[in-house]
Design a protein around this ligand. Sequence first.
Ligand code: PLP
Ligand code: COI
Length: 352
Amino acid sequence: MTSLTIEIEKAKHSKISSVDFNNLDFGRVFTDHMLECDYKDGKWQNPKIVPYQPITLDPSAKIFHYGQSIFEGMKAYKDANDDIFLFRPIDNFKRLNISAKRLAMPELPEAFFMDGLKELLKLEKDWIPKSDGSALYIRPFMFASGSGFHASPADAYKFVIAFAPSGAYFSGKVKVLIEEKYSRSANGGVGFAKAGGNYAGQFYPTQLAKDKGYQQVIWTDDNSHEYIEEAGAMNIFVRINDTLMTVPTSDRILDGITRKSIISIAEDLGIDVDVRKIKVSELIEASENGSLKEIFGAGTAAVVSPISGFGYKGKDYQLPEIENTFGELLKKHITDIQTNKSEDKFGWRVKV
Ligand code: PLP
Ligand code: COI
């Protein structure tokens, strides 16, 4: 990997003194600078760090009409010595390019992602929160800036990295509705990609679930709606007795970095992990016979998010209140690695 020359234009004033770092919401305040670069004339070029600012586009830019838009979600952490760490960043870089390929967008060279990110982090290091449960949320994204109403891939794209110092994504346990009608993805579709449109398609069914008193939807397979797939914008884990289960990834499911890290940590802790398809009817049966102990979602923004209960076909099923949950244990292990509080035997942490 060759290192990249990145032009830097500094903001005249910093907004940092106006931010209450003890009361951070998720993704609502943004740092002083952003990284941007352009794809034109067949190549990625002109990486620069500029003051955080609006992006101006032609009204015919293809992002507005045909939705060529992908993103990533990652976090930077600061330890007690103010050293800065990323968690498995290469996996985010690779997944961005998997998404790009599926959306017929140009793949980004590694240096634009990694050097750009590290350079921006060094400039914004004072924005990385240190309090428990908070981190600097990193949002790399790429979209079609090229113009024209022709329904075909654009000839120009923009890649941007923006930062948001953030607290917890969910404030407590989440009550979910198992989806019987709508789908977030389908065989042969773009469910495995982090494409903006996947999220747009989730908003309406999620709103319907919210109207009924649930906070999130458990997505089921598009064909039969008999198998669980994801929990909102998180991968899903289920504990039946002392076995931790999650569903295999597929072209309908995002290959989550938190998910695969949790599988490795759980196996390392000696937990029995079973990666297999899970039927909704199994959850109901396990809930009724008392063997269903926990359900939680896992993802970068939400980390590990416990589910309090689920609704299905008009009936609510409550999860038991238990001590020493797998969810809490695994959350502690993953965040201790991320924040340099424990040994990183897997080699996931990257010091910036
Ligand atoms: N599934 C979906 C649909 C997501 O949007 C996310 C969030 O990134 C995840 C799963 C979790 O992936 P990761 O752990 O890589 O953040
Ligand atoms: C993440 O967990 O990083 C995501 O991208 C999910 C997003 C909907 C906040």
